[in-house]
Ligand binder design. Structure first.
Ligand code: ADP
Ligand code: ZN
Length: 607
């Protein structure tokens, strides 16, 4: 009985406050559990809709919902977005003055807030814990819960201390949320936050609207420019690079070629970094060129592509970064250029790090899985989901499905490569080895008398690019290692022996010449690119202008006003009255009240 009424009230809030017709996936179950006082551990991909899982129960229960989040920079936008739909929210963090904090603390104590966002280091202060004890609390939501994991890349020591919540507030329900999927992290969250008895909700990690594509790197910068010009002109996107220097150079290069790009990395002044982030969030078509320091918690829904110019360290990292594309569910691209140098560089970073052996071994295993994804001959999505323990079938929306790579028996060429490395006594790097193999006349070859070797020129039948692809894959397969202590000399590993002796064959991906990107048309079922008629498109464009101005007036990001999807629906519905507008997804009561008249008038104007 109680469940039923809770469910009905939850649905009512979803529709009237947030303007959405129905819950998605496991949201309804999670909301219900929390509303009735249960604990939950929620694993949902980025864009899956985690926020509503604690926002609605906070509204349903007495008291204030306390959201713990490490993302101080985003709290303002989150609170603004809630204010837009009429939810009373505030935050407590180090960016505020004493007076501001004191005012918010008073509203918490008086029960005047539905939600309060708190940074973890703030929460742990005696002052804050005392405040919470003196207040009525609806629930604790621990966002980005993977920050509690020491193995992960976002470890925050303060997160470990969050177990204190359970000890001091045993009666308050808790929900921990993350988009990190692996079992180890999940187990660590449950243990460290004392959520072993919480119900676990694991969603599918598939992001069907994201198209995965990994191309061979020739000239990365030029390739990413081609990609943006042909597939995403005027779209918002993120380009990830490994180093600060490369971030600066790439942003400059894109700008010089007519793409509005901004840099972001940890070496920049905080003010400049924050300003760039704000422009990316607020404007419609900025390309952010960044190191991985950028993006955690960025909830801009209309990022149309994420490009990698360097290989991520792990599939977890790759998935998290690419997951920032297409949170609104519309088609988006995850594009990466990858080459020999990436493999060498990442291996070197592991070898040269001063971490312990166990950690290095873990990093090595993670890198191998990432390389496996790059070199796979089968569906990228299947590989990705398998990595997270989920079965899948070929997706039809990744490069290997759309354009299946050709594999070939590469045993003989690999043997030629291995024996050349052996003949030059495993003392030379890739450039020279490939020169000898291809019989290139060079001073170095003559000086070392390598032009007299039996393997000199036995590979002249293939281009340098083809040999690089073979070498890269041989390194990825662990047949060849790179000795960073000795001028990056190529060495044979134990695994190379059976191949050299002829006891083992090798299948590799055929090298594909990089082709200029062409717009591919096939999109998965259910994703309509733009199905607007000319009139509707004109309304949509007009709404976009209206939104830019309104966002500027209210000093909030455009998507906080309305998402593109909502505006597309409005353009199609052409509402003639407030009542017509009421049914549109994403238009709740508060937004109807604030913007309804303006929108109806704007549409009437267009006749
Ligand atoms: P996450 O935190 O899991 O990355 P969000 O909570 O930011 O995702 O939600 C992603 C997007 O999906 C948001 O724009 C949100 O408004 C939208 N959304 C969430 N739940 C629903 C729903 N039931 N119906 C329609 N849209 C939803
Ligand atoms: Zn696929």
């Amino acid at each position: 009985m109680q469940t039923n009424t809770t469910g009905a009230r939850a649905l009512h809030l979803l529709q009237t406050v947030f303007g959405y017709p129905s819950f998605r996936g496991q949201q309804a179950e999670i909301v219900d559990l929390l509303a009735r006082g249960g604990d939950a551990l929620v694993l949902m991909p980025t864009g899956g809709g985690k926020s509503l899982c604690y926002q609605i129960p906070s509204l349903l229960r007495d008291g204030v919902g306390v959201v713990i989040s490490p993302l101080i920079a985003l709290m303002q936008d989150q609170v603004d977005a809630l204010a837009e739909v009429g939810v009373r929210a505030a935050f407590l963090n180090s960016t505020q003055t004493y007076e501001e904090s004191a005012r918010i603390e008073r509203s918490v104590r008086n029960g005047d807030l539905d939600l309060v966002y708190v940074a973890p280091e703030r929460l742990m202060t005696p002052r804050c814990l005392d405040l919470l004890e003196a207040s009525k609390i609806a629930l604790f939501a621990i966002d980005e819960a993977h920050c509690v994991s020491q193995w992960g890349h976002d470890f925050r020591p303060e997160y470990i201390k969050l177990s204190v919540l359970h000890e001091r507030f045993p009666a308050v329900p808790r929900i921990a949320l993350t988009a990190t999927a692996d079992h180890q992290t999940r187990a660590e969250i449950a243990k460290r936050l004392q959520l072993e008895n919480a119900q676990q909700f694991v969603s599918s990690f598939d992001r069907p609207n994201i198209r995965y594509q990994i191309v061979e790197k020739a000239n990365g910068r030029k390739q990413v420019l081609d990609f943006i010009e042909s597939e995403h002109p005027g779209d918002a996107g993120i380009v990830y690079c490994l180093s600060r220097k490369k971030v600066e150079e790439t942003a400059e290069f894109l700008n010089a070629n007519g793409v509005a790009a901004l840099p972001y990395h940890a070496g920049m002044e905080i003010a400049a970094r924050t300003a760039n982030q704000a422009r990316f969030l607020r404007e419609e078509s900025i390309v952010m060129v960044a190191t991985i320091a950028f993006g955690m918690g960025i909830d801009k829904p209309d990022v149309r592509f994420v490009a990698h110019l360097d290989l991520p360290k792990s599939i977890e990292g790759y998935y998290q970064e690419t997951g920032r594309a297409g949170r609104d569910g519309a088609p988006a691209d995850a594009w990466m250029a990858y080459g020999l140098q990436d493999v060498v560089q990442q291996r070197r970073m592991i070898d040269e790090s001063d971490a312990g052996e166990t950690f290095k071994r873990v990093q090595g295993v993670k890198l191998d899985a990432m390389l496996g994804l790059c070199e796979t001959l089968t569906c990228r999505r299947v590989r990705l989901l398998e990595y997270f323990g989920q079965a899948a079938t070929p997706c039809g929306n990744c490069d290997t499905c759309l354009n299946p790579p050709v594999s070939f028996d590469a045993t003989v060429p690999v043997q030629k490569l291995l024996s050349t490395i052996y003949r030059v006594e495993q003392r030379f790097g890739a450039g020279h080895v490939l020169d000898v193999l291809r019989g290139v006349d060079s001073d170095k070859a003559r000086q070392w008398r390598h032009d007299k070797l039996s393997t000199f020129g036995i590979g002249s039948d293939r281009s340098e690019a083809e040999w690089r692809a073979i070498l890269r894959q041989s390194i990825a397969l662990g047949l060849i290692s790179v000795d960073h202590d000795a001028y990056s000399a190529l060495k044979l590993t134990d695994e190379a022996r059976p191949v050299l002796r002829g006891g083992q064959t090798v299948q590799l991906r055929q090298y594909q010449k990089p082709v200029k990107q062409k717009r591919q048309t096939a999109r998965p079922k259910g994703y309509v690119e733009s199905d607007l008629s000319a009139t509707e498109q004109a309304i949509f464009d007009k709404l976009r202008w209206w939104r830019v101005e309104t966002a500027r007036k209210h000093n909030v990001p455009a998507y906080v006003i309305f998402h593109d999807a909502t505006m597309r629906e409005i353009a199609k519905a052409k509402p003639a009255s407030l009542n017509d507008l009421r049914g549109v997804t994403g238009v709740g009561e508060k937004k109807l009240e604030t913007y309804g008249e303006e929108i109806v008038a704007l549409i009437a104007e267009m006749g």
